[in-house]
Design a binder for this molecule. Structure first.
Ligand code: ADP
Ligand code: MG
Length: 698
């Protein structure tokens, strides 16, 4: 029994774990004995030694010993029992909000105590609230702990003591039943950056559940201990493998071979009012190269706002069309889909390419007609929103799907699109995002994708001049808008999200629009927000684009992709409410024409340090990649990738930023496991992604 693999032993196999406790443990994602081992402490308490009172730091959990100097009831906002203890180095206040008279009597001046608890700053020096304590006068003190005391993530009805007891039992079995899934050879040679590279998995786990007394808590809390790095490495390998698996799976079914015809290419470039930038050419080259192969393309194009991704998408679509296959391009909003349709039509109509159009707004007869054109193949290119991928849409020889502004779609949605192939072939996939992702992150988040970067803006852009202005000078800003519009330019006034509520945000935008109507009566002012019907939204956007409006008051719905070159001033109200990436996206709406553009960050009164830092970065740089790096530092990967909601890229131990130095080793190791020990892939993915191993069976 001892040798049964721990990933197959139910947790009820441990002593004292019945079905009731098992149910509660399931809430912590603990189902097997192996899961117990991977349920790692959040933090540790040091009960192995006595800390001199003079050396205490706020927020540490410590053991102290001292003599009671006095004990009184303090009446303040909340009645409490206050007891002062002293050792040779200092005085500490113990504070109890719940206490009995007997307890007070028991804490006699002159008696000696050993206390354990968390140190906090108080009004007069350091305090401990409700410490556990023990009298040292008569009884012999219990021995101090031999190792650091783990504090596990817990849940209702599962105490720390319980978790410690079951961890103890699981650890006793670790040598017999826990498979080492990264062959030592792989680990040793491939993870020079991993300081845990020589540790066995069981040694690492044993250490982390029961760190010896002399372990540096700082190192542990920073996640820098070799044992943690050993586990982080394995976890990252598991994640990487899950994505590689996904890629392998996606590429099992071949794709149509779609070489770009020279004639079409030439015709297209003749129509285009500009020449491609070197960066665009390079990325088109990558795509054309992919599409010539019978293997489905899985490529992500990253390009800052305004870098010209649409034309790259159009060239990719031409590859499909030229070979008698259909291409579908999906945008995240109606407005963007509309813009793509407009661009594609102006570039491709002269080449006699037929297009269809499908969004959620399209109903009845009009929808029927578009659906029919798509199904019969009379439409060669289909433009739309996610409505394109509803069950009832039938494509005709779909050879390529293009997804614009990828960060709005989760891995799931990306996968769903793969099922729309035809003739036993998979469609190629091109994904475009305007959210620059730091390289290290991209490699992990998109291990299933090849990545191309458009790292150059089209010529003739003047950088946006960004200033920060306090709300106290709101009227100056309004005058600025008046001036710009009097010169025939257009402006945006962006109202930012209030407490995540679209309704409130819309209200704020309405109020601002009303205010600006009053103060700027000579201007033609439009309003868009998320509460408008798509048709209304589009009408306003259309008018702004056509120059029939001077000023557009908007919520962050205009964030992505909208292209109005004559707009050269943007006011962003309360920019402190937005992340850097979002600010950068918004600002990308201006600076698209020849005239100099300005962005005014109209901030509220009280700026946090982080908001100040963000505003400073916005003023200093317009490089999306630099901004993304800084965003990552300030907010962490979940926010930067927009995956917090989708749950992609949530790690138990690894931290993409902290462990960035591991990533190149992770990639190599993952590939080698795939090649040399493919039977290890499934158990590794299961061990680390558990129930979330959706990638594997998606
Ligand atoms: P994004 O990458 O943000 O989607 P777009 O594709 O909307 O950028 O392009 C932004 C603007 O730049 C559009 O007006 C487009 O026509 C123009 N553009 C794209 N490529 C070039 C180029 N090589 N030279 C000049 N203008 C270009
Ligand atoms: Mg775009």
């Amino acid at each position: 029994m001892a040798s049964q693999p721990l990933d197959q032993l139910p947790v009820t196999d441990l002593r004292g774990v019945g079905s009731q406790l098992a149910e509660k443990l399931a809430k912590l994602n603990i189902h097997t004995v192996q899961d117990v081992l991977f349920h790692l402490p959040l933090r540790y308490m040091d009960r192995t030694r006595v800390t001199p009172i003079g050396a205490l730091q706020p927020y540490g959990d410590v053991v102290v010993e001292g003599e009671v100097r006095g004990c009184d009831i303090a009446l303040g906002r909340r009645r409490s029992l206050v007891c002062k203890i002293q050792d040779r180095t200092g005085v500490l206040t113990l504070r109890f909000f719940h206490f009995s008279a007997a307890q007070k009597d028991n804490l006699k001046t002159g008696s000696r105590l050993r206390c354990f608890g968390e140190v906090r700053p108080g009004a007069n020096g350091l305090e401990m609230y409700h410490p556990e304590y023990q009298h040292l006068d008569n009884t012999a003190p219990a021995p101090l702990a031999h190792h650091l005391t783990p504090v596990y993530p817990a849940t209702d009805g599962v105490t720390q003591q319980r978790l410690r007891r079951i961890a103890e039992q699981a650890l006793a079995r670790v040598d017999n039943g826990l498979a080492e899934l990264l062959p030592t050879g792989l680990m040793g040679s491939d993870a020079p950056g991993a300081r845990g590279d020589r540790l066995s998995l069981s040694a690492a786990l044993r250490f982390l559940h029961r760190p010896p007394a002399d372990t540096s808590l700082d190192q542990l809390m920073a996640g820098q201990h070799p044992s943690q790095q050993r586990l982080a490495f394995e976890e990252l390998v598991a994640h990487h493998l899950s994505l590689l698996q996904l890629r392998q799976k996606a590429q099992q079914v071949p794709a149509p071979v779609l070489p770009l015809s020279e004639t079409l290419d030439r015709q297209f470039r003749d129509v285009l009012p500009f020449a491609l930038t070197a960066a665009q050419e390079r990325v088109v080259g990558d795509i054309v190269n992919d599409l010539q192969k019978p293997l489905p393309m899985l490529r992500l194009v990253q390009g800052d706002v305004g870098s010209g991704k649409t034309v790259v998408a159009a060239l990719a679509a031409l590859c499909a069309v030229g070979n008698g296959w259909q291409a579908a391009i999906m945008a995240p909003t109606e407005i963007l889909a509309e813009q793509h349709r407009h661009n594609f039509e102006s570039w491709l109509k002269p080449l006699n390419i037929r297009m269809a159009w499908l969004t959620g707004r399209l109903k009845g007869k009009a929808r029927e007609m578009q659906m029919q054109a798509i199904a019969e193949g009379s439409a060669q290119i289909v433009v739309g929103t996610h409505a394109l991928f509803q069950e009832d849409v039938q494509f005709h020889r779909l050879g390529l799907t293009i997804i614009d502004e990828q960060h709005r779609f989760g891995v799931h949605q990306r996968l769903a699109l793969r099922e729309k192939g035809d003739e036993g072939l998979t469609a190629h996939q091109l994904i475009m995002t305007a959210t620059p992702i730091p390289r290290t992150l991209a490699m992990s988040a998109y291990a299933d994708l090849d990545v191309s970067v458009i790292d150059e803006l089209p010529p003739g852009r003047t950088p946006v001049n960004t200033v920060a202005v306090s709300q106290l000078r709101r009227s100056d800003v309004i005058e600025r808008v008046r001036g710009a519009c009097a010169d025939g330019r257009q402006a945006y006034w962006v109202c930012t999200l209030i407490e995540e509520s679209e309704a409130l945000e819309a209200q704020a935008a309405e109020a601002t629009a009303a205010e600006l109507h009053l103060t700027l009566p000579e201007l033609r002012i439009g309003l868009v927000h998320g509460r408008l019907k798509p048709a209304q939204k589009e009408q306003v956007m259309g008018e702004f684009k056509a120059g029939k409006l001077d000023l557009l008051v908007a919520t962050t719905v205009i964030e992505v992709g909208v292209d109005v070159p004559n707009a050269s001033l943007m006011v962003i109200e309360n920019p402190e409410r937005l992340g850097l990436a979002q600010l950068h996206q918004l600002r990308g709406r201006v600076g698209r024409g020849r005239q100099e553009s300005h962005c005014v960050l109209l901030y509220g009164q009280q700026l946090s340090q982080q908001s100040k830092a963000r505003i400073r970065i916005m003023r200093e740089t317009s490089d999306g990649f630099v901004i993304a790096e800084r965003d990552l530092e300030l907010r962490g990967p979940g926010e930067v990738l927009g995956t917090r909601q989708t749950g992609d890229l949530q790690f138990r131990i690894a931290d993409l930023q902290r462990d960035a130095h591991l990533l190149s080793g992770v990639r190599r190791t993952a590939h080698r496991v795939l090649d040399e020990a493919p039977e290890k892939v499934a158990p590794l993915v299961r061990r680390w992604l558990g129930e979330n191993a959706r990638f594997a069976n998606a």
